[in-house]
Design a binder for this molecule. Structure first.
Ligand code: ADP
Ligand code: MG
Ligand code: MG
Length: 741
């Protein structure tokens, strides 16, 4: 998470006093960058991942495991090299994250357009993990675990933090676990003050054979009674501690909530770890198009990476952190919620598509209410920004700043980006459209943010590389994944459900090639190809592109009349394709699937066999997860808990179960235990890879590849011949599948 300015944070009344000016300053800052960077052209592909790491401490004698509140000390060490600036390029960079048990690591410089860079990703991740490991104390460990199953339970941190004070009013998590950078605590407190109450996170309990309908939220009855007594003494309300009587641990609810798990501190959400990928577009238009397409992919990648079946000491009936994250960062007051003025939390799936490409017709898919800041919108339009971009920015600016530094109030808007970045970085959406920072050679970027983090470096590298290759395929084939945004929202809901990959179906476009009838598609080489080639026919027709675009830009399509353009599909079908079952067209792809397109693309890349093999392994792994052959982390963890000998079939995760689970997951990460149902054989094959040194990694990341080795990850710039090879590979792959290889 960016933006770590130093300064004096204003208190909430101070923010309220200055927020309107701060917002309009933010708009001016946007306009300055927009006008100077809107004509950027031909930026190369650059990209990078962000991994949030979790620090834990085992207590082997008592078989307990706790979240270790040491990240701020470890971070000081990790950032030493960067702060000393003795070296221009570092192999990795480190940033603080919300809680004292988290640190965020990224590659030191972004990866480039070389295929060869894709095989550095896993090595870089291994190096990062090793670097943190070197700084750990006795019995401490670093893991890429999305959610600690006992977050919010009694004594879940090491050292133990006392819960329940007047400020946070939560007897589950204390604000004291926030990373000491004032940004985090300020955000947590101001969310509470803005909405006038503690946040309310409510998840459906997983109802096992013996689960009580009114499950205690802390699985320790005596402790619960003490906390209830405390709670009845003082309850936080609108910033004032007042006496209220509560009969249930569902704090804030006067009647016991049935079959629900309630949490009440913002930290529950961003205290979970994730994996993000940022991709630089060739120009602003390409980034806007990728933003839309990746927003549609977000629920699918969330379901595929699901890793949160348990939190707060309980099994829940959802599988992802997303259903915790959105309510935990929801700063809306009751009037904004009940009036529909702000239909969604500032942490949510996106509300409007953004592409300005004529053939995309993005606007007709924007079918949900989009709250906008009118003054901002009018200023943007008056300054020459087009409707869709102005709408997107003005939509971000309906949110108030949660943080303002005194020192930033009167800065020159032509030199500072603080007020814009401040609003952007506290709109926590599934994708984020990022501006070129002034005075750098960085271009327009799209950040892909929905994924939960995987346990192993192999898994996280596979997911990151998958997203990058998918982005290349979207550009190379000019894919049109658009469905109404209300259906993307629906998909987000479905993605959070238990075992969504295997049990649910998602809305997806029937014909993803950008063409009016779906039989032809306009590709990045500027030609129209006959899509039947994917069924094996070798036809490739030149057509007049202008005529195509004209024919295609009919404006008579509306959201209502497009319901036959999408359908419900399983993740397996969307990713791996669906062969037709009708007799006439048996064996032909009824829906081509994203993975065959990606495989075709990789086959056609100019690259040595070893590198190609590694990249294909990553795609194969995601493909097997999508097919349901491999389990998600969420399913695996849920199954481990339910089959533990100490589990009483009541959804409760005791200290002992939690300890054994985390130990088991740590052993999988280290490779000392195999988990074929989770990772197949993929991970063990990659364990032999030597960990680089920071210096050798820097060399690899800087190396200018030449000749045969310099294969490029082409997108919209893909030459005709490569595209044709891709098509042939897809047809070959399809035939193999048909013949049962
Ligand atoms: P955030 O805004 O989420 O704090 P940063 O912008 O610091 O994140 O970095 C996020 C990721 O973007 C990192 O993995 C980094 O390597 C990568 N990155 C940095 N520069 C570029 C670039 N020009 N294009 C694409 N990705 C980049
Ligand atoms: Mg982060
Ligand atoms: Mg990020």
């Amino acid at each position: 998470m960016g933006l770590f300015n130093q300064g004096t944070p204003l208190d909430w009344p101070g923010i309220c006093q200055h927020k309107n000016k701060a917002k309009m300053d933010g708009i001016e800052q946007f306009l300055n960058v927009y006008h100077s960077a809107k004509n950027f052209r031909e930026h190369d592909l650059k990209w990078g991942d962000e991994i949030e790491y979790m620090l834990l401490k085992f207590e082997p004698l008592s078989r307990k495991v706790r979240l270790s509140l040491t990240a701020h000390h470890i971070l000081d060490e990790l950032q030493k090299e960067e702060n000393a600036q003795t070296q221009a390029t570092l192999s990795m960079l480190w940033r603080p994250e919300f809680a004292k048990w988290m640190v965020e690591g990224t590659p030191g410089v972004p990866y480039r357009y070389y295929v060869a860079d894709l095989v550095n990703v896993e090595r870089n991740m291994m190096l990062r993990r090793k670097r943190i490991s070197e700084l750990l104390g006795k019995n401490e460990t670093v893991m890429t675990l999305t959610t600690f199953p006992r977050m919010g339970c009694e004594s879940f941190t090491s050292p133990v933090t006392e819960v329940y004070d007047q400020q946070d009013g939560s007897y589950f998590i204390s604000d004291k676990v926030c990373h000491p950078n004032p940004k985090f605590l300020t955000i947590v407190q101001h969310i509470r003050l803005r909405r006038g109450s503690k946040v309310c996170i409510q998840l459906p309990l997983f109802m096992d054979e013996s689960t009580k309908e009114t499950q205690p939220f802390i699985p320790n009855e005596s402790n619960q009674q003490v906390l209830l007594k405390n709670c009845n003494r003082k309850v936080f309300d609108k910033g004032i501690a007042k006496k209220v009587s509560h009969t249930t641990v569902g704090e804030g609810f006067d009647t016991p909530l049935k079959q629900s798990l309630v949490m009440n501190n913002s930290i529950f959400g961003p205290g979970c770890c994730c994996l993000q990928v940022t991709i630089q577009g060739r120009d602003i238009s390409e980034s806007r198009y990728l933003y839309d397409q990746l927003a549609i992919m977000a629920p699918l990648m969330l379901a595929l990476t699901a890793a949160t079946p348990a939190i707060h000491g309980s099994l829940v009936d959802t599988d992802t952190r997303w259903s915790i994250l959105c309510p935990s960062l929801d700063d809306r007051n009751p009037i904004e919620v009940s009036s529909g003025l702000l239909p969604k939390s500032r942490c949510s799936s996106i509300d409007c598509f953004l592409s300005d490409l004529a053939q995309c017709k993005a606007d007709i898919y924007n079918d949900i209410p989009i709250a906008i800041h009118n003054e901002a919108y009018n200023k943007l339009i008056a300054d020459g920004v087009d409707h869709l971009l102005a709408q997107h920015i003005a939509h971000l600016f309906v949110r108030d700043p949660l943080l303002l530094y005194k020192e930033e109030l009167d800065k020159d808007n032509s030199r500072s980006m603080f007020h814009f970045d401040n609003i952007l970085s506290t709109n926590w959406n599934t994708v984020r459209f990022k501006l070129p920072p002034p005075d750098t050679d960085i271009g327009w970027r799209t950040e892909f943010r929905p994924m939960e983090v995987g346990l192993t470096d192999f898994e996280n590298a596979a997911l990151s590389v998958f997203v990058v290759i998918l982005s290349r395929v979207i550009l190379a084939f000019n894919l049109d994944l658009y469905i109404p945004i209300s259906k993307v929202d629906k998909n987000m809901e479905v993605a959070c459900k238990r075992d969504a990959v295997r049990s649910e179906r998602f809305f997806f476009k029937k014909k993803i090639f950008n063409s009016s009838d779906g039989s032809k598609f306009l590709c990045g080489c500027g030609q129209i190809h006959d899509a039947s080639v994917i069924g094996g026919q070798k036809e490739c027709q030149d057509m007049d592109m202008k005529r195509f675009v004209e024919r295609n830009s009919r404006s008579d399509l509306s959201c209502d009349s497009m319901s036959d353009t999408y359908e419900l599909m399983t993740i397996d079908e969307i990713f791996n394709g669906r062969l037709s079952i009708s007799n006439e067209s048996r064996g032909v792809f009824d829906f081509p699937g994203l993975v065959p397109l990606m495989r075709g693309y990789v086959e056609a890349l100019k690259v040595d066999g070893v590198t190609r093999g590694k990249v294909l392994r990553y795609i194969d792994f995601v493909s097997e997860r999508a097919s349901g052959k491999l389990m998600t982390n969420a399913s695996y963890i849920r199954e481990f808990i339910r089959s533990h000998k100490a589990y009483n079939m009541n959804s409760v995760i005791s200290e002992e179960i939690c300890h054994d689970l985390v130990k088991h997951l740590q052993d999988i990460t280290n490779g000392t235990v195999q988990a074929p149902r989770l990772l197949g054989n993929f991970y063990h094959e990659s364990l032999g890879v030597e960990v680089e040194t920071p210096l050798s990694m820097v060399e690899l990341m800087r190396k200018k590849w030449e000749g045969n080795q310099a294969g490029l990850l082409l997108g919209a710039t893909m030459p005709k011949s490569v595209l044709w090879d891709t098509m042939v590979s897809i047809a070959k792959y399809k035939n193999q599948r048909q013949c049962g290889y």
